[in-house]
Design a protein around this ligand. Structure first.
Ligand code: ZN
Ligand code: ZN
Length: 356
C-alpha cells in the first residue's frame, strides 16, 4: 500500500508518531483516493476510513481497493468513538491543527483521553506539493477544459451581455467539456470593475471600450485549473495597449523566471520589476502566483514574502496584473508545471491583445 508506506516513512517514523487523524477533505482525498466525508486514522500497520452511508459504497471501491478498512459510522455509533476504539493503546497521534475547529479538537481529545495529540502544522500539505506524473496529467486536462471553454465563448463577448451571463457561459462551457465543478467562483470583471482583482460578476452589461478580465477554473477528477485572460471590447486606446503590453511582458518574464532552485520571492521579483520600471509598480498589489492541486490556492506561493524554494514537479500559476482605480485593470494568468528545464505552461489560449 503505497501511500500508507509513504505516511509511515515520511510522517510517522521521523516525527515519532504512532498515527495520524485526517479530516481535511483535500488531505483525505490525497491519502485515500476517496472523496467521501469523514476521517482517516492511519497507523504504522493499518489505514482506517470512517464515513457514513452516503459514501460507503463509493469509498469501498476507491479507498477500499488500496487497502483502507472502511467503517460506517451512525448516530448510534459515532465516528469519534470508532476512531478512539481503533486508536486504543496508541500514544502520539498527529492531528490537523490547521483544519480542525476547536470544537472538533475537543471531541477528539475527549474520545482519546490517554493519547497525546500532536499538531501536524503543514506536514500533510507539504506532502502534496510535488505532483506525480498522474496528478500533473489531471491538472493538464483540467486546464485544457479551461482553454476549450475560453475558445468557445469568445464569440459571446459582446456589448450587452452582462458579467453574470458571461460567467455562466464560461461555466457551462467548462461543464460541457468535462468539468465536474469549478475551482473557485468565476470572475468576469468589465470596465472600471476590472480594477478589482477579485471582482464578483454583476448585472453590468459589457460596453464598447471595456477591458474584460475573465479568471476561471474547473475541477477535473478532483484537480483544479486556473487561468485568466483579459480582452478589450472594440478598439483599445493607447493607454489600454500600454497597460496590456506591460502585463504581457511581465507575464512572459515570469514564465521564463520560473525555475527550480529559486525562492518564490526571487521569481516574483522579475515581473514585478518590469511593472515597476514601466511606472505601474503601485498597481500590482498581489503576489505573482500560487501552487494548484486538489485545492485551488496551495503553497508555495510566488510572492514577495515566499522564502521557500521552488522545486521540480510543483505546479505554479504566473499571474501578474495592473489595476488602476477609475481606469480598469489587466491580468494574464497561465498555470505551469515546474520542470528541471523551467516552466512548461499548461495554458494555451492566446495572449496577444484581443480587440473584440
Ligand atoms: Zn485565476
Ligand atoms: Zn490563480
Amino acid at each position: 500500500m503505497q501511500i500508507t508506506d509513504r505516511i509511515k516513512n515520511e510522517i510517522l517514523t521521523p516525527n515519532d508518531l504512532d498515527a495520524i487523524i485526517v479530516s481535511d477533505p483535500y488531505n483525505f482525498r490525497y491519502l485515500s483516493g476517496s472523496d467521501a466525508e469523514g476521517a482517516l486514522l492511519i497507523t504504522k500497520e493499518k489505514a482506517h476510513l470512517y464515513t457514513d452511508s452516503r459514501y460507503t459504497i463509493a469509498a469501498k471501491a476507491s479507498a477500499g481497493a488500496s487497502g483502507f478498512l472502511i467503517h460506517e459510522f451512525t448516530s448510534k455509533n459515532p465516528m469519534k468513538k470508532m476512531v478512539a476504539d481503533d486508536a486504543a493503546g496508541l500514544h502520539n497521534i498527529g492531528y490537523e491543527d490547521l483544519f480542525l475547529t476547536v470544537n472538533e479538537f475537543g471531541k477528539f481529545k475527549e474520545a482519546l483521553p490517554n493519547a497525546e495529540l500532536i499538531p501536524l502544522d503543514t506536514t500533510l500539505n507539504d506532502l502534496r506539493m510535488v505532483k506525480t506524473p498522474e496528478e500533473t496529467a489531471l491538472l493538464e486536462q483540467a486546464e485544457r477544459i479551461g482553454d476549450l471553454a475560453f475558445e468557445s465563448i469568445i464569440p459571446l463577448i459582446k456589448p450587452g451581455i452582462t458579467e453574470l451571463s458571461l460567467a455562466a457561459e464560461i461555466e457551462y462551457a467548462m461543464k460541457r467539456n468535462g468539468a465536474e465543478g469549478f475551482s473557485f467562483e468565476t470572475i468576469v470583471a468589465s470596465g472600471l470593475n476590472s480594477a478589482c482583482p477579485h471582482h464578483r460578476p454583476t448585472e453590468r452589461p459589457l460596453e464598447k471600450g471595456d477591458f474584460v478580465t475573465m479568471d476561471f477554473g474547473c475541477i477535473y477528477r478532483g484537480y483544479c485549473s486556473d487561468m485568466t485572460r483579459t480582452v478589450v471590447l472594440g478598439k483599445a486606446n493607447d493607454k489600454q495597449k500600454e497597460v496590456y503590453e506591460t502585463v504581457r511582458r511581465a507575464q512572459e518574464a515570469g514564465l521564463s523566471a520560473l525555475k527550480p532552485g529559486l525562492t518564490g520571492k526571487q521569481i516574483d521579483e522579475v515581473p514585478r520589476n518590469i511593472i515597476k520600471e514601466a511606472g505601474y509598480g503601485e498597481y500590482f498589489g498581489h503576489g505573482l502566483g500560487h501552487s494548484v492541486g486538489l485545492y485551488i490556492h496551495e503553497d508555495p506561493r510566488l510572492s514577495p514574502s515566499e522564502e521557500r524554494v521552488i522545486k521540480e514537479g510543483y505546479i505554479e500559476t504566473v499571474e501578474p496584473g495592473i489595476y488602476i482605480e477609475g481606469f480598469g485593470g489587466v491580468r494574464i494568468e497561465d498555470m505551469c508545471v515546474v520542470t528541471k528545464d523551467g516552466a512548461r505552461s499548461l495554458t494555451h489560449s492566446p495572449k496577444e491583445l484581443m480587440e473584440l
